[in-house]
Design a protein around this ligand. Structure first.
Ligand SMILES: N[C@@H](CCC(=O)N[C@@H](CS)C(=O)NCC(=O)O)C(=O)O
Length: 217
């Protein structure tokens, strides 16, 4: 049994769990995972004891519980500098943190109206207010980081980093809701989907037995 354990929600639906899981995987240390299916009978009680936030993901490491994806990311970065979870270059790292924080606290319309649902295809779903603006803002951000900081790799800051984990769920959302991406934003989305870890997560999510009615638009 690994000393580290990540508690996550359904792989098909839980975008924050996907981010936390990708970062934990890329930290390169074995860990156990426990899926807590969301919105099932008894889930609320189980979540309440997980952390003060009562949300997933939560990382347990040697008796320490860390909740909130950004805190998990920073903890793993400190524990495993060799994994290069943030870019080595100071300027890139600062911008990568800004871009990551923007996802953590923003794009609210996109998050509210386009829930992650990997196995679903809903290209005709009605776009809620503010969604198109969020899509435009996000894809422009991807193009900007790719052109200014993307040298040396296929990801936002060249080599894969925490920022890419944060923008992986939107890549799935664009696929589910039939948002065509062009140019460097489209190429970026393809690089994300080609990652073995991303494929592994998606396959597991598609195979899950649970469905959440309010997200199956
Ligand atoms: N700010 C948190 C957000 C976590 C979050 O909202 N998790 C969702 C799953 S994607 C959750 O636990 N939802 C269950 C609920 O709201 O009861 C983070 O960064 O980890």
């Amino acid at each position: 049994m690994a000393k580290r354990k990540l508690i996550i929600g359904n792989k098909n639906y839980s975008s924050w769990s996907l981010r936390g899981w990708l970062i934990t995987k890329r930290a390169g240390i074995p860990f156990d995972e426990e899926v807590l299916p969301l919105y099932q009978q008894g889930t609320a009680e189980k979540k309440a004891v997980l952390s003060p936030a009562g949300l997933v993901p939560v990382l347990h490491d040697d008796g320490l519980a860390i909740w909130d994806t950004l805190a998990i990311a920073e903890y793993l970065h400190e524990e495993h500098p060799e994994a290069r979870l943030w870019p080595a270059d100071k300027e890139k790292r600062a911008v990568a943190r800004a871009v990551t924080s923007q996802m953590h606290s923003g794009f609210l319309a996109l998050r509210a109206h386009m829930p992650m649902n990997i196995r679903r295809s809903s290209p005709t779903a009605v776009r809620g207010e503010g969604v198109l603006e969020d899509i435009e803002k996000m894809t422009s951000l991807w193009s900007l980081t790719r052109s200014q900081y993307g040298e040396g790799g296929d990801f936002l800051f060249g080599e894969w980093c925490i920022a890419d984990a944060f923008y992986t769920p939107p890549v799935f959302r664009f696929q589910t809701y039939g948002i065509a991406l062009e140019g460097s934003a489209g190429a970026y989305a393809e690089s994300v989907l080609a990652m073995p870890e991303v494929k592994e997560w998606a396959a597991a999510g598609i195979a899950e037995p649970w469905s959440i009615e309010q997200y199956d638009l």
